[in-house]
Design a protein around this ligand. Sequence first.
Ligand SMILES: Cc1cc2nc3c(=O)[nH]c(=O)nc-3n(C[C@H](O)[C@H](O)[C@H](O)COP(=O)(O)OP(=O)(O)OC[C@H]3O[C@@H](n4cnc5c(N)ncnc54)[C@H](O)[C@@H]3O)c2cc1C
Length: 824
Amino acid sequence: MSVILTLLAALIASGACAYHRTGLRTWAIATGVTTLVVGLLAGAPVTTVVLLIIEAAIAVPLLMPAFRRRQISAPLLKIFAKVTPKLSDTEQTALEAGTVGFEGELFSGKPDWHQLLSQPKPELSVEEQAFLDGPVEQLCAMIDDWQITHELGDLPPAVWEFIKKNKFFGMIIPKQYGGLQFSALAHSAVLQKLATMSATVASTVAVPNSLGPAELLLHYGSEEQKNHYLPRLAVGEEIPCFALTGPYAGSDATSLTDYGIVCKQVVDGAETLGVKLTFDKRYITLAPIATVVGLAFRMYDPEHLLGDKEDLGITLALLPRSTPGLQIGRRHFPLNIPFQNGPVHGKDVFAPLTTLIGGPHMAGHGWRMLVECLSVGRAISLPSNATGGVRMAVAATGAYARLRKQFGLSIARFEGVEEALARIGGLTYATAALSRATAAAVDRGEKPAVPSAIAKYHATEWGRIVAGDAMDVHGGKGVQLGPKNYAGRSWQGVPIAITVEGANIMTRSLMIFGQGAIRCHPYVLKEMQALSIADYGDRLKTFDRALFGHIGFGISNAVRSFTLGITGSAIGDAAGDAYTRRYYRKLNRYSAALALCADVFMGVLGGKLKFKEKLSARLGDVLSYLYIASAMLKRYEDTGRPEADRPLLAWAFHECVWRMQMALDGAIRNFPVRPVGWLLRVLVFPFGRREVPPSDRLGRRVAALITAPGEARDRLTQWAYLTPTANNTVGRMCALLPDVIAAEPVERKFQKAQKAGQFVSRDYDSQLLEAVKAAAITEGEAALLKRVRDASFEFISVDDFDPKELRAAVVRDEPTGKGLADAA
Ligand SMILES: Cc1cc2nc3c(=O)[nH]c(=O)nc-3n(C[C@H](O)[C@H](O)[C@H](O)COP(=O)(O)OP(=O)(O)OC[C@H]3O[C@@H](n4cnc5c(N)ncnc54)[C@H](O)[C@@H]3O)c2cc1C
C-alpha cells in the first residue's frame, strides 16, 4: 500500500507539473520533494530511493545543455533532417505568407482566453455605417434579381452605373487614390447586405475588392502604376479581372502552362523590351467586360536579355483591354448566377515590361505576391457572401414557416420543419460569428492564412446546408422559379461559392490542417527552420531548444487531454460568465486533444501525413470547430452576453463540439498504426464519446427565436436588406410577421367555430362574417384575419408563364444579354 501511495504521489506531482507546463527544473524539484515526503511518511524507503534515482536520471542529463545537445539532440537532428520532407518552393512560400493569430492559441492545447477576449470589439465607423444606410440601401432597393438572372443575364445599366459612381469597387482602395478605404468589417457588411438581395450583385462587387489588380498594385505596384490605375479602379473607370486559372491549372494554380518569352519589339517606332505572351485562361470573373486584365504566367528569358536566369518563374502583368491580340469578351454561364465570367486567350501577345506589376524587378515573384495577398480577400469575399445568404435564409424561412399553414397549423410548428429551422438558426449564428472574427483579424493587421481557409470552407459549407434547408421548408414555393421566388437562385449558386477561391475539398483536406499544423504549432516550424541554418552549432542549438520544448509540449498535452477527459472538462482555467465557463473548459479539452493528436500523427506518419488527406481533413475540422466556437464566444461577449442569444449559442456550440468529437474519433479510428490509435483513444476519450448533438428541446427554442420578431432574430439578420420595398418580398414578409403572430389566437377561435359546423358559407370572406355574427370573433379580429390572409397570399404564390416566355429564355437571340451589351 505504501509503495502504491508513493508511486501515486510521484505520478500526481509529475502530472500536475505537466498539466501546468512547468519547466524541467520545477518538475524535478516538485516531484522529488513529493516523492521524498510521501515515501518517508508512508514508510516506503526503498521505493522512494528508486524513484528519486529514476527522477535524477531523467532530470540531470536533460538539465546539462551541452551534454544534452551532444548526446541526444545531435543524433536526433540527423534523423530529423533525413525524414523531414523537403518543402517545395511553393509550399515554402505558402507557409511563410500570413500571420498567426488566436488560432495559434487553439493549437497550443492551453488557449489563453484573455488574449481572445481582450481583442477590440469590431465596429463600423460612422462613415461606414452611413454608407450601409445610404448607397448600399439604395442599391438594394434597385435590385430586381429576376431581371438580372433571367431577363438580362447581367446587371442593368443603371445598377452598373450606381455601383461605379458610389465607389463600390473601391472599398479596399485608400482615400489618397480616391477609394473608400473601408475596414474589413465594413467591406464584409456591404457584401453581406448585397448578398441578401442578389448573389450576382454581391459577386460582382466582391471581385474587384478581393485578390486582383487593386490589391496587388497596393502592395507591389510602382508609384506610376498606382497613380494611374488606383483612382480609375476606385470609380469603376477601369474594370479589373484577374486571370490565373486555365484548363491545366485549377486547384494546382502553379502548374499554369501560360508563358511569356522576354523579347524586343518595336512599339510606336521605339525598340521596347517586353514579353511575348501565350495564354489560355478560363472562369475569369469580370473578364468579359474588364478593361484591365491581371495575368499570371511563367516568364522565360532564353536570350538572357534580363540576366542569367532563363526560367524566371510565375510573374504578374496588367494588360489593358486594348492590347493587340487579347481575345476577351465571351462569357461562361455560372449556374444561373450571371455575374460576368469568361475566358481570356492570347497568342504571342506583346506586353512591354512596364506592364509587369511592380516593374521588371518583380519578374518571377508572382506566386509569392499572390499567396501573400490571398488570405485577406479570402477572409472576406466568400465568407461574407455566404453569411449574407444565411442571414437572408433566417429572415425568409423564419417568416415563411410562420405564415404558411398546413393541417391547420403554421408549418413551423411541425417538429420536422422545426429541425430544419433550428439548423438554419444555429448555423447562421456560427457562420456570422466566423465571418466577423476573420474580418476583425484583417482589421487588426493580420494576414489570417489559416482562419481565412477555415472561414471560406465552413461559411460556404454551412451556406450550402442552410440553403438546402431553406428550400425544403419552402417546398414548391422554393422550386418554382420566377420573380416571386427569393430562395431558388441562392440555392442554385451554392456550388460556385464552394468552388472558387480554393475548392472546398482541397481547402479542407490539404490546407486547413496542412498549413495550420505547421504555422500554428509552437515548435514544428522552428524545428524545420532549424534545418536551414548554415552554422552547425547554431543549427543544433536552435533544434535542441525547439525539440525539448516540443517534447514537454507533447507530454503536457497528453496529460491535459486525459485529465480534462476524465473530469468531463469540469476543471481548469476558464473565461466568460457562469453560463459560458463550461464552454471554455470544453474547448480547453479539445485544444489539448488536437495538439496531442497533431503531434502524434506528424511524429508517426511524418511526410506521409500530407497524403493522408482524410486524416488531415478531420484534424483540420477540429481546428476549425475550435476556431468557430471561440469566435462565437467572443461575439457573445462583445454583444454584452445577451440572454436572448443563449439558445443560439448553445445550439451552435454543442453542434461544434459534437462535430469536433466525431472528427477526432474518425481520425483516431482510422489511424493506420493501430496500437498508437488505441493509446490515443485512451488519452482523448477515456470514458468514450460523451458529447451529444444539440437536443430537440434546444432546437425548438432556436426555431421559436427565428420565427418571431425579437432581438436575437434582429442580431441574426443584421445587415440583411429587410426594408419592405416593392422589390423585396422577404422584407415585406418580415414586416407582416407581427400581424401573422397576432392573428394566430384569433385563427384558433375561427377554426374552432369552423370545426363546430357554425358556418354555412364555403368562401373565406363570408365565413369571417358568419364568425363575427356568431360572436366567435370580433369585427377587429376578422379584419386582422382578412388582412393577414390577403397579404400572405402574395408570399405563398408562385409564378406561371406563357410557354413562349420560357422558350425565349432558353433560346435567346442575343446570348450576351441586353445589360451587358449596354455596359460594354
Ligand atoms: C464562377 C467561377 C469564378 C471564378 N473566378 C476566377 C477568377 O476570377 N480568376 C481565376 O483565376 N480563377 C477563377 N476561378 C477558378 C477557381 O478558382 C477554380 O475553379 C478553382 O481553383 C478550382 O479549380 P478547378 O475548377 O479546375 O477544379 P479542379 O482543380 O479540377 O478540382 C476538382 C476537384 O478536385 C479537388 N482537388 C484538387 N486537388 C486536390 C487535392 N490536392 N486534394 C484534395 N482535393 C483536390 C478540388 O477541391 C475539386 O473539388 C473561378 C471559378 C469559377 C467556377
